[in-house]
Ligand binder design. Sequence first.
Ligand code: MF3
Ligand code: CO
Ligand code: CO
Length: 273
Amino acid sequence: MVNNSADGRLTREGIRIHNPSDFAGMNKAGDLAARILDDVADQVFVGQTTATIDDFIRARVEEAGATSATIGYKGYQHASCISVNHVVCHGIPGDKKLKDGDILNVDVTVVVDGWFGDTSRMYVAGKLSRKAERLIQVTHDALFKGIEAARPGNTFGDIGHAIQTYVEANRMSVVRDFCGHGLGRVFHAPPNVLHYGRPGTGPQLEEGMFFTIEPMVNLGRAETKVLADDWTAVTRDKSLSAQFEHSIGITSDGCDIFTLSPAGRFHPTYHSE
Ligand code: MF3
Ligand code: CO
Ligand code: CO
């Protein structure tokens, strides 16, 4: 006889409802991912390679006795995705040196005691340009607009709508080709968490749902394409792109953010937390 009661239940859309005790596992995994990204800040400078940043992340995951969720995932070989300038997401760490003013997203997913912690944030090498600063600020704030809408009684469409409205009011575009996702004891689970949408549409949010919100925002048009390496997604118009990601869990009256930065370093200028 198999007893699945400890795993919670699935909604009719296939979204897992976790138990209150499952939040502790997600907090631990999220905290490790966030601490690693806190320390990545010191590894980002002009002349540094993204492969070296990835080596640092891999070592930190191993030291913690955790596992990287991305190494071996669909053939991916790295402990992080590092997406520079017009790379939207899934940038592959490599030997190219960072230049003054480059902006980059570093995305890390760790597995601790079977729970997945998935988070990404923006960094800058050297001096941040005014237009990149604006893009990063709008993307960061768009994530938090989505998080503010994440509570029982709202729907996934409300989250997407909050993000889209904010981004478009700032004359930037939300990427449609990639979305957030449910997670927990798996990396990618239902639902697809769209970063655009209409109020009141999509599944209802319920206490115990765990998922990411990870808006990608472009200074130019929303369209992307994937390069011949089958991973690197770039803006079609070569415009700058930014992304921030948190893993969250719906509570009775809002949400817990599992991947909060203990050092207050989530935003690249360390101001807005
Ligand atoms: N961490 C990414 C996400 O936010 C997924 C990366 S999969 C990889 O869902 F294979 F590209 F690493
Ligand atoms: Co994710
Ligand atoms: Co991620």
